[in-house]
Ligand binder design. Structure first.
Ligand code: DLL
Length: 445
């Protein structure tokens, strides 16, 4: 891996890429100026933010140094819901050129808006993510993130266009056609959710097609947690390099951060998004290296500046330098959220732990679903696992062995007993976007 520095010709061949290598002091100067401007904008234009500042007797002029960010109030998804649809917008609607929305689990979606400048920043950060993961303008890219109100499709699309790659805006769904396009159009790189790509792999296998023979070299996957085991599965079955891109609608969409070619944590585009880690219970800031809830402040958003947004995503800021030479800090890949955790018989369990345990026991089991029930006085957990076609065996004993191995692996990792149900290939529900891993029937009558 070649190390690049701020002045390197290679880093400056694209001015946006050079920002990833800027010396930390210079970055912090930019961050402070942008933070001050963001706080002033939000204070002047967003009543909810102004009243929270006033309650704390805070004025924008109290933000003198970067660490003063800790004086500012937090914001949460509930704030977007309570002010639905446009209550957190800081500009007139005539300056808003794009709306997206994210469907919540309950009720109304949350709505986010972008000015022309915000759209430029979005294109820039996704382009930086693409560059960091080896995409180039010469690539032919199949983008199977969903197009529409979800930020994935159009967000990735904007970055791909900014890069100058050839974009195929295929969106999610129609898996057989995805495979045909991938082959016939000479696709060299892909973008989409990892769970949908696993489905594409599945259907290709059923059609007797070897994706290794295609021209695809790399993929940029995100929008949902996916374990290292899942990455290994994707890379080994298709021969592509699989990289991680992170983001959330409230902050911008995809492109808050991404891996580089080292695949060793997600670089946050810190000149636009300021990361902090806090203890999710006490909300006290945690030092680098300690796991907690990721909190992000936008530093350049105009339409909807967001201050200290509690993402619910659990991660760690990496204190060490990345081998790629980028100075922008990294977070560990996100495996869990504070709110996808379920508590069963007093034990906290994250779906990602179950995925890790399944893949540890049997390397080719990417389709699973977790079903929680309340029977009598007890909560029970069932993990439905789809076996791969080559594992189907007539010998009852062989299937029992698989079941035992999986049960042992999961129970060892989470520490409570589970039921494993093996399912026929292709019988668990598939999603074309984000996978729904947990079905919680405990509060249903
Ligand atoms: O999922 C934006 C996005 C689109 C990111 C495409 C990457 C690629 P939301 O629908 O608002 O936005 O969901 C945001 O998804 O808080 C995380 O919990 C989860 N998430 C997003 N990217 C990753 C990732 C988009 N790479 C929520 N790894 C976030 C793990 C992720 N979780």
């Amino acid at each position: 891996m070649k190390h690049l520095s701020w002045n390197d010709k290679e880093a400056s061949f694209l001015p946006e890429m050079a920002l990833d290598f800027v010396p930390s002091e210079k970055l912090q100067e930019v961050q402070l100026k942008r933070l001050q401007a963001t706080v002033s904008l939000a204070y002047d234009k967003v009543p909810l933010f102004r009243s929270r500042m006033d309650e704390r007797h805070l004025k924008p002029s109290d933000i003198q140094k970067l660490s003063d960010i800790q004086k500012l109030p937090f914001s949460m998804k509930k704030d977007l819901r309570d002010t639905y649809p446009y209550g957190l917008f800081a500009v007139d609607m005539q300056d808003v050129v794009r709306l997206h929305a994210s469907s919540g689990t309950t009720g109304k979606p949350i709505v986010v808006g972008y000015t022309k400048e915000d759209m430029d920043v979005w294109g820039e950060v996704v382009k930086r993510a693409l560059l960091a993961t080896g995409f180039r303008s010469t690539d032919i890219v199949q983008n199977f993130y969903g197009y529409g109100l979800f930020t994935g499709g159009l967000g990735a699309h904007g970055g791909l266009e900014a890069l100058g790659a050839t974009v195929i805006p295929i969106s999610g769904g129609n898996t057989e056609r995805q495979i045909m396009v991938m082959k016939d159009f000479g696709v060299t790189a892909i973008c989409g959710t990892p769970s949908y790509f696993v489905r594409i792999i599945d259907i290709a296998q059923k059609m007797g097609i070897d994706l290794k023979k295609f021209n695809v070299k790399r993929g940029l996957f995100g929008a949902e947690p996916w374990s290292d085991g899942m990455r290994k599965y994707i890379e080994e079955t298709t021969g592509i390099k699989a990289y991680d891109i992170y983001g959330l609608s409230e902050i911008i969409g995809p492109g808050v951060g991404a891996e580089c070619e080292c695949q060793d944590g997600i670089h946050i585009f810190e000149d636009h998004f300021y990361p902090e880690i806090v203890d999710p219970e006490t909300l006290e800031p945690l030092p680098d290296g300690e796991e907690g809830e990721l909190v992000i402040t936008t530093l350049s958003k105009h339409a909807m500046p967001i201050i200290r947004y509690r993402t619910r995503d659990l991660t760690t800021i990496e204190a060490t330098k990345c081998k790629c030479g980028r100075t922008i800090r990294r977070i560990r890949r996100i495996g869990r959220r504070t709110d996808d955790m379920f508590i069963i018989r007093g034990v906290n369990v994250f779906p990602s732990q179950i995925e890790t345990a399944l893949l540890r026991a049997e390397k080719s089991l990417p389709h699973y679903q977790i079903v929680l029930e309340h029977k009598g006085t007890m909560d029970s957990i069932e993990v439905k696992v789809e076996i791969s076609p080559d594992m189907v065996s007539d010998k009852i004993g062989a299937m029992e062995d698989v079941e035992k191995r999986l049960k042992h692996s999961v129970e060892q990792l989470i520490g409570i007993s589970v039921t494993i149900t093996l399912c026929e290939p292709g019988t668990l529900p598939r999603s074309e976007g984000k996978a729904k891993r947990v079905i919680d029937n405990r509060n249903k009558a």
